[in-house]
Design a protein around this ligand. Sequence first.
Ligand code: TYM
Length: 336
Amino acid sequence: MPDQPRPRVLSGIQPTADSFHFGNYLGALRQWVDLQDEFEPFFFIADLHALTVEHDPKKLAERTRVAAAQLIAAGIDPERSAIFVQSHLPEHAELAWVLNSLTGFGEARRMTQFKDKSAKGGEGAASVALFSYPILQAADILLYRPQYVPVGEDQRQHLELTRDLAQRFNHRYKKTFRLPEPYILKETAKIVDLQDPTRKMSKSASSPAGIVDLLDDPKVTAKKIRSAVTDSDTVVAFDEEKKPGVSNLLTIYSTLTDRTVEDLVAAYDGKGYGDFKGDLADVVVEFVTPFRDRTHELLADGDELDAVLRRGAEKARAVASRTLADVYDRVGFLKA
Ligand code: TYM
């Protein structure tokens, strides 16, 4: 395995909505931003994954651009990080095919995200792409031999499968892949829905009032925070079991202000939920307003955005094509 001057970090996000939401931002993107100094960073927009559920081809390219702009607005620096689009690198789909051959049918069926996403229409109506989605994700990761993959809790099982497949390949052929480690921060691993705090905030499952989109009108966002479900008592305290709604809001507040949860609990001692939610709404608006402005500014220069994605793809290709060449050699393919 070639030596890496700096260990790598890699992660991806799907362009399946008009905006990223607070779960994406707090659960994943913030960590991407923090890790880009210490590690060699690769971040991509998972447009191949967007085909696993019904999608609108008229919107996909635009959402991919909006995703790229949001990554930069969130603090991913295109000078330091390779920001790229998954479909620009055929290596992802090519390695996925090889990994398909190493994955058991039962193993893929155990993935809870497949069970959840196929539950509505039934397994028969789900696409084969949805079924093999985690194997493509494993390919995304293993191509770059990263040390860390910063994600939210919902991706943990996919990371476990990735490690299993890496180990299996290394064992069956020759040591080729590095075993990646999930990088999941406990505090923000699962941001929950504002209206139903027993569920995670999710673009596919949350109601509009339960999800905070980063690109929403800040006034709408403030209203959503003020109307978030809390509970029948009035004490601002952190208890994920008994007070999941308030605890979620405390997590959001704490992460956006760098104040500890204990500090916030002490500050709101004796005050009601109204004050607490009102102040948090202000904090959130202060965060999303410049984020939104910056995203729109970046989107206004489409040529520059495309250039960033081209440069990102070049950096990514230099790494991905070498890994794929090793894999093809090891499985015994005749050289082209
Ligand atoms: P996606 O696009 O659903 O979400 C992007 C990131 O946001 C995290 N996330 C959350 N974290 C905390 N609380 C939440 N409510 C919440 N909702 C979303 C996700 O965990 C994720 O880190 N399969 C991936 C995309 C992907 C990928 C990869 C990730 C494709 N290939 C390779 C890492 C490495 C997905 O659908 O994420």
